[in-house]
Design a protein around this ligand. Structure first.
Ligand code: 39S
Ligand code: ZN
Length: 762
């Protein structure tokens, strides 16, 4: 018999219950016990949702992040939060979110400031985890309470529990040694704690534990390969069976290593690593379970079940009971329930599967594999009809768009003149001071803005009323910026629910959901739009708003767009054509918007490519191919403008050393990047490469509520000027300000402008 299981379930809740519960607790509007019982309710509901599986994940729930959970389980708390006397969940939130120095915390006691743990992208997803912190002296100490409590809960509910933990090697690799010490040197101290944890789980009657080691789909040097062997040799007799889970790509050169770890089972990504499976089978010891991740956990398309069965049936014949099937990765990265969607049309809906529907697909597969396809005849026929209808739908294929992409030429992506020449033309027109100041685009998305939008959606506010409400917000942000004395203004993005979804909603070839939320970090979610067909732009998307904003000021107003690569990377995209082709289609559509803005008299246009770097393939060998089409897409979007028009781009999570040539290849006149947390050291890449154009290195971290001082900003800018000629420097925050409050934004920008003035005077 084939066994079914799941690697993880979205914890935010079908209606984002966890988000609202967390935010209400953080605001002091509900109690810790209410929050904890909400967590228990969500776990229970999600276990019921998964009740038909043979093994159900336990421990995949997290109040903020699964890596931070693991840090607490391993007793690896940053020194600055040790010795906290309150509830450990409150301490957990202190690491997750930081605390400002003068605040009064939830429990009403005075807390000193606590810096938040660093947050970074989980592999190539749009999910962010809290980076474990290490130093040479790090000691670990088991705190199994969270996992054991959830296990007891699950057992009481009759759940066939398979605890899930992050594996020791991935845990170490994704952390950072603040003192530059060797994290691998900590492995001997870490493993006994894992062994103890596994033994405690075994003592509770656990049979299988899923140990996530996605690091195995990345390039590993000899030390890290060795760490895998060392780790699992030490854990092999801990009293439970281990299923080492890999995902987000093929094992490739790590296949032999993974196949021969001394564990009872291996899970592989059989969607993105399909070609690995047969060679893997040939080297897998015959006592081991092989779990095939056959349902895509990273997108929302229905699986072609019949075709999958054609491939799976011979594997079933060969593996028998040793075959397990599952989604390719945790379902954390997809929305919960397609059934909640009332506005998507029936045809499109028939092509889709969210988490619950994916679990159903798994059941159908198991029935067909265990009993024969006849037993699943109706489900398979319905699936076939849906898959066929999508394949041939005229809604998916637009010959005009395909022809435009086929006709792309390199000159579309080239500016008329080189940077030096354009820069002179632009300087004469814009007449900006030295160290010009600007912001990245968004201003606070206040409750009133969100509320107005939700009233508009619900039909309680009409189009005119909504437009007026947004214009009022735009006017407010223009007024604030003028009072602050900023040099290049933004309209503030009040009218945008999200920098990607907003464009998805206006482009043909896109659909969007009502409840398709996916956790991005903590309580913050995104609703990735669904790119299902060839992309075109029926009409201008941003011009009216920008024109309005420009009408309110004599200062230059930036046109604000999201670039094609970022729209692609933060959407659910087609699986029936290469990503590059969808990206070129987006590039052509956004290019038209750029040209429309230019025609409307907008002199500075920013095209955000926040997700360009995170879209890099996990293996370096594939970087060049990606960068080539990604950079070309940006160039097509941006570079059709006249010399007089200044193009800006923005990137966050910027680590540019290894891709600086591609960044330069985009040929934006100005790039704004996140640098404040690295003390301007990121600029070394730009310095060494002699990056030719202008740079706005972020001078303060927008993720923190702390107000940067003028002195600190000046000091950072002086550091920047050691690396980049001052004549090419801009002064701006690290990223957009939408998650901050006006009370934070005003003093921070006041100090920023004062710092720029002081630098000019010097
Ligand atoms: N797509 C994407 N990926 C990204 C980023 C990004 O900006 N976009 N930034 C980085 C991650 N950072 C992020 C920063 C903030 C949020 C964020 O604030 N998300 C909002 C949702 C934003 C949104 O779509 N808002 C909608 C819906 C708002 C909403 O929830 N409204 C309430 C009603 C409110 C009321 O009636 O008062 C509801 O529907 O229940 C809107 O403004 O229209 C949230 O979780 O709260 C997400 C990610 C990296 N990845
Ligand atoms: Zn940003």
């Amino acid at each position: 018999m084939v066994t079914t299981h799941n690697l993880g379930f979205p914890r935010i809740g079908a209606k984002r219950e966890l988000k609202f519960g967390l935010e209400s607790y953080w605001k002091g509007q509900s109690s810790l016990s209410e929050l904890k019982s909400l967590g228990a309710q969500l776990r229970q509901r999600h276990w019921i949702n998964q009740a038909n599986l043979d093994w159900v994940p336990v421990g995949d729930f997290a109040f903020y992040d699964q890596m931070l959970d693991m840090s607490f389980t391993l007793g690896n708390l940053p020194g600055r939060v040790r010795g906290f006397h309150g509830d450990s969940l409150d301490n957990y939130f202190r690491v997750a979110r930081g605390r400002s120095a003068h605040g009064v915390d939830h429990a009403g006691c005075c807390g000193g400031g606590v810096a938040a743990g660093e947050m970074t992208k989980w592999f190539d997803t749009n999910y962010h985890y809290i980076v474990p912190e290490f130093s040479a002296g790090t000691e670990f100490q088991l705190d199994s309470s969270r996992l054991l409590e959830q296990l007891a809960e699950a057992k009481a509910q009759g759940v066939k529990a398979k605890p899930v933990i992050v594996g020791p090697v991935t845990y170490l690799a994704l952390g950072k040694a603040k003192d530059e010490s060797d994290r691998l040197a900590l492995l001997p101290r870490l493993l006994p704690v894992y062994a103890q944890l596994l033994a405690e789980l075994g003592a509770q009657g656990v049979e299988w534990v899923q140990v996530d080691e996605p690091l195995l789909v990345t390039e590993l040097d000899a030390d890290w390969q060795h760490a895998f062997n060392a780790a699992y040799h030490q854990l092999k007799s801990c009293g439970v069976k281990l299923l080492v889970a890999t995902y987000f790509g093929p094992l490739q050169e790590n296949m032999y290593l993974a196949a021969n770890l001394p564990v009872a089972g291996l899970h592989v990504d059989a969607v993105n690593g399909r070609e690995d499976v047969v060679p893997l089978l040939n080297m897998l010891p015959t006592h081991k379970v092989l779990s095939l991740g056959v349902i895509n956990g990273r997108n929302i398309w229905k699986t072609d079940l019949n075709r999958l069965l054609d491939w799976l049936e011979p594997l079933r014949d060969r593996l028998g009971d040793r075959l397990w099937i599952a989604p390719s990765c945790s379902l954390l990265h997809v929305p919960v329930d397609l059934g909640s969607e009332k506005k998507l049309d029936a045809e499109l809906k028939s092509w889709l599967a969210f988490a619950l529907q994916k679990l159903h697909e798994l059941e159908v597969l198991a029935t067909a594999l265990n009993m024969g396809r006849d037993w699943a005849r109706d489900a398979l026929a319905a699936n076939q009809a849906a898959v066929d209808s999508r394949r041939v739908s005229p809604r998916v294929h637009d010959p005009a768009v395909q022809a435009a992409v086929a006709g792309l030429t390199l000159d579309l992506g080239r500016r008329h003149s080189v940077y030096e020449q354009r820069a002179a033309t632009q300087a004469a027109l814009l007449k900006l001071p030295a160290y010009p100041t600007t912001t990245i685009g968004s201003f606070p998305q206040t409750a009133e803005i969100r509320h107005a939008r939700s009233e508009f959606r619900a039909g309680r506010l009409d189009q005119a009323g909504y437009k007026l409400a947004m214009q009022r917000e735009i006017a407010r942000s223009v007024k604030e910026q003028e009072a602050l004395g900023l040099d290049v203004l933004v309209h503030g993005e009040a009218e945008r629910n999200d920098m990607v979804e907003y464009f998805g909603e206006q482009l043909d070839g896109y659909a969007f959901s009502e409840f398709g939320w996916v956790q991005s970090y903590g309580s913050r979610c995104v609703k990735p739009p669904i790119l299902f067909g060839d992309i075109s732009r029926p009409k201008a998307m941003t011009v009216e708003w920008i024109r309005y904003a420009q009408s309110l000021t004599a200062k230059p107003m930036k046109g604000m767009l999201t670039g094609p690569v970022t729209i692609l990377n933060w959407s659910f995209v087609r699986d029936d054509q290469p990503r590059s082709r969808s990206c070129f289609q987006l590039a052509l559509a956004i290019r038209e918007e750029v040209l429309d803005l230019e025609r409307a008299g907008v002199r500075v246009i920013q095209i955000d490519e926040a997700a360009l770097r995170e879209g890099l393939p996990l293996r370096k060998s594939q970087w060049k191919t990606y960068l080539d089409w990604a950079v070309e897409s940006f160039r097509i979007t941006a570079n059709g403008v006249r010399d007089e028009t200044q193009i800006h781009t923005h990137m966050c999570y910027s680590e540019f050393n290894d891709i600086i040539e591609s960044i330069a290849g985009m040929d934006a006149d100005v790039i704004t990047i996140e640098t404040s947390r690295s003390d301007m050291e990121l600029l070394d890449a730009f310095d060494h490469f002699k990056y030719p154009n202008e740079i706005g290195p972020g001078v303060y971290d927008i993720h923190s509520p702390n107000i940067p001082t003028q002195a600190h900003i000046e000091q950072l800018m002086r550091k920047a000027a050691e690396r980049i000629p001052a004549s090419r420097l801009w002064v701006n925050p690290d990223c957009g300000l939408k998650t901050r409050a006006w009370e934070e934004v005003i003093p921070a920008l006041t100090n920023m402008v004062a710092a720029a003035r002081a630098l000019r005077a010097a």
